[in-house]
Design a protein around this ligand. Structure first.
Ligand SMILES: C[S@@+](CC[C@H](N)C(=O)[O-])C[C@H]1O[C@@H](n2cnc3c(N)ncnc32)[C@H](O)[C@@H]1O
Length: 719
């Protein structure tokens, strides 16, 4: 499906032009059209592709390598490969034909569905792409910078509904590649058995969540999808990639968690909740708050929906009971979104217009839930399967979470709910969920709408809460009888991952420091060569102007004044440029730069600094010279700020193939343990710099006994 609105013709034309005519896919274009005009779209587009294009008539079957265009003033869906047209309905909000078609496509074609949103205004398509992604399909949005009207793709991207953000031509290329991937073919090789276990171990080490206990079919399908997106064909290669890439591990975990949600999802169930459960809560006194827990709340819509219902329902009580809603989810980013309570236009079309008016405020980027509602909701990251639960609850709403869990995890979650609810409490599940894993703990209140009451006579089931994620996983392993060997394997895997991560972080830190140094140098040159020169010339011109006025003229003293200010400004800029990167380092070498630095610190802070150096090579590589200079600068700055030193010495010596820098002061000293690991005194920065050039940094200090910093760096053979 390709959805487009304003500016869509240009984008779709570019896409069609770049698409091979034999991708094997059928294309359905849902373009927003003027309802009362005939459309010439099919005709116009046919000039740009070899694929046959036609405007849809009701009942047409979709064929591969054909393009179908929606006619004006219609809604379109797909059922069993047949396109169905219906008259466009009058709605209070904007017309959303793209969402309508994409929802039907997702339901029908699941992981074989592909959705593309191109240029347009509004947010049609966002819900549709979300549905396609949730069903395991692939989604694209036009890169907003290339769209005539970027709003529609931007909305879909910011809702997290998009896998690829590309210009139309690149979408076509990627599309052609994906069409050939086994994931979209019937013969998909989804991981199972040992392969699946390996991937789950890597994920557990990365995220703390054990996906072995989630439904294997869902986990495997999601892995296959991610492999396709990452352009990886073999499982071994994917496992390696996953081990090295925290970003990929997070993306895969997020795909498995499936954060799709919405306000008043299944509205009839919320109506039933109100009727069957809230009537018991109305009699509650102010001192006895109503407590609700929503585990797996994703981005918060379910929590806010229940809060709105409760506020509406209890609003006319003479003395309103207090309400406390706890929304939790294993995903930190979902919880952050929930806390902010800001949702796109497409997300808030579900609440009625009256609710939209009463409970939302328009803000930049969408609509924010009002403070009245936010104030009764608290959000926290929490893993339902291993973190201690809330207690004394009147209601637990855990919708569309158990559905992704295997039987053992479902049983555990239901035991936790039984414990967390008051004996009179209720459980509200998703439409396809049940309490069959713990039938004796709950009785059915409303089977259709999935409302259950805690069985007050049912014996509490046992479950434990390990202290940390690691032990939680071990406990699960023991409980499920996995061989102990695999725990050792897991530790080994975890160590390898942590070592790889450490190396990657080090490499990243090194390249950041290099980039910083390069940028400092560039800005320093720019300031020195351009701004300082211009300020000097300005000072000169102003002086010239002053000289042309008569000595008694008041303008002369004003001009002299301005000239002096410009000169001061120029000095200030020169100083900033110098701090950023001293030109001596490039022009005269490290010894001269260090001498100038010590002179400057000595003058500014009135500390006597003795400098000694032997015949150090002027040709030190810039990276090495910069490192030594920065360590000295950081050390002297710390000394000036914290040590109360009166005297210091800096020695800089080259011998036995190394250079050694030493900064020694007679100040108050400090305890290294007190600052180490806390980022104090820039020690981490100094150590990182030393590490990049294979240097060894040591700090000797004690309270009252001064400080000595020493850095020894081996010289490269070429020097
Ligand atoms: C499909 S969403 C359901 C959202 C919402 N309850 C609804 O029905 O609209 C499933 C959510 O469960 C969360 N989840 C999965 N496993 C979890 C766990 N062990 N603890 C807490 N949340 C979990 C996922 O992060 C995801 O946000």
């Amino acid at each position: 499906m390709v959805g487009a609105s304003a500016g869509g013709l240009e984008a779709f034309t570019a896409l069609l032009k770049a698409l091979p005519a034999d991708t094997g896919a059928g294309f359905v274009l849902i373009q927003h059209l003027e309802p009362s005009h005939e459309s010439a779209l099919a005709k116009i587009l046919s000039r740009n592709t070899l694929m046959p294009i036609r405007e849809v008539v009701d009942g047409v079957a979709v064929e591969r390598n054909h393009v179908y265009v929606i006619p004006p003033n219609k809604n379109m869906t797909i059922r069993q490969g047949i396109l169905r047209l219906a008259p466009r309905e009058e709605t209070s909000g904007p017309h959303r034909p793209i969402d309508g078609f994409a929802l039907a496509l997702a339901e029908e074609h699941k992981s074989a569905a592909i959705g593309i949103v191109l240029s347009g205004t509004g947010s049609d398509g966002t819900l549709g792409l979300k549905a396609i992604k949730t069903a395991g399909g692939i989604t694209f949005a036009q890169d907003p910078t290339t769209a005539q009207w970027p709003e529609m793709p931007t909305n879909a991207i910011s809702a997290g509904a998009v896998d690829f953000v590309l210009p139309p031509k690149r979408i076509a290329e990627e599309f052609a590649r994906i069409g050939k991937h086994p994931y979209l073919m019937a013969s998909v090789h989804a991981p199972a058995g040992g392969d699946l276990e390996k991937i789950c171990m890597v994920l557990r080490a990365r995220t703390g969540v054990d996906f072995q206990f989630y439904k294997h079919a869902t986990v495997s399908r999601r892995i296959a999808r991610r492999m396709m997106l990452a352009k990886i064909g073999s499982l071994e290669e994917y496992v390696q990639f996953l081990k090295q890439s925290p970003v990929e591990a997070e993306a895969l975990a997020n795909d498995i968690f499936i954060h799709v949600t919405g306000f008043f999802r299944d509205p009839e169930c919320f109506q039933a909740l109100r009727k069957q459960v809230f009537r018991h809560l109305r009699k509650r006194s102010h001192e006895d708050p109503i407590r609700v827990w929503v585990p797996g709340c994703s981005t918060g819509e379910e929590v806010y929906s229940i809060a709105m219902l409760l506020l509406e329902d209890l609003g006319d009580c003479t003395k309103q009971p207090r309400i406390q809603l706890f929304g939790t989810d294993v995903s930190e980013s979902s919880i952050e979104h929930a806390r902010a309570g800001i949702y796109s236009e497409s997300a808030v079309i579900v609440p009625t217009p009256a609710r939209l008016k009463r409970y939302f405020r328009e803000v930049e980027g969408g609509y924010q839930v009002t403070k009245e509602v936010r104030d009764v909701c608290v959000f926290a990251r929490h893993d339902l399967t291993k973190d201690p639960p809330f207690s004394k609850l009147d209601l637990i709403s855990c919708r569309n979470v158990l559905i992704y869990m295997g039987p053992a995890l479902q049983e555990r979650a239901l035991s936790i709910f039984q414990y967390a609810l008051k004996p009179t409490g209720f459980l509200f599940l998703g439409k396809s969920e049940s309490v069959s894993a713990c039938p004796e703990s709950f009785r059915v209140e409303d089977r259709t709408h999935k409302i259950f009451a805690r069985n007050p006579t049912g014996a509490l089931r046992r479950f434990d809460f390990p202290k940390s994620g690691y032990h939680a996983s071990d406990a699960f392993l023991a409980a499920n009888g996995r061989p102990v060997d695999s725990v050792a394997d897991f530790r080994k895997e975890a160590q390898q991952i942590s070592e790889t991560s450490r190396q990657r972080i080090s490499a990243l830190a090194a390249s950041l420091l290099r980039a910083q140094e390069k940028e400092r140098r560039r800005i320093s040159r720019e300031l020195h060569d351009t701004l300082c020169q211009q300020l000097a010339s300005l000072a000169f011109d102003v002086g010239d102007l002053a000289a042309q006025t008569s000595p008694s003229d008041v303008a002369r003293s004003h001009l002299r004044n301005i000239q002096a200010r410009v000169v001061r400004m120029s000095e200030e800029v020169r100083h900033i440029a110098y701090q950023l990167h001293p030109s001596e380092l490039d022009d005269l070498g490290l010894s001269a730069a260090l001498q100038a630095l010590c002179d400057e610190v000595s003058k500014r802070h009135r500390i006597t600094i003795k400098v000694a150096s032997n015949d150090v090579s002027k040709q030190l590589p810039l990276e090495l010279a910069s490192c030594l200079y920065r360590v000295c600068q950081e050390g002297l700055n710390n000394m000036a700020k914290h040590s109360k030193a009166k005297r210091a010495s800096v020695t800089f010596i080259e011998e036995h193939g190394s250079v050694a820098l030493s900064i020694k002061d007679d100040g108050v000293g400090f305890r290294v343990e007190a600052v180490e690991g806390k980022g104090g005194l820039g020690i981490i920065g100094m150590k990182e710099r030393a590490r990049i050039v294979n240097g060894n940094l040591s700090i000797q200090t004690e309270p009252g006994k001064g400080t000595t910093i020493e850095l020894v760096v081996p010289l490269p053979l070429s020097v």
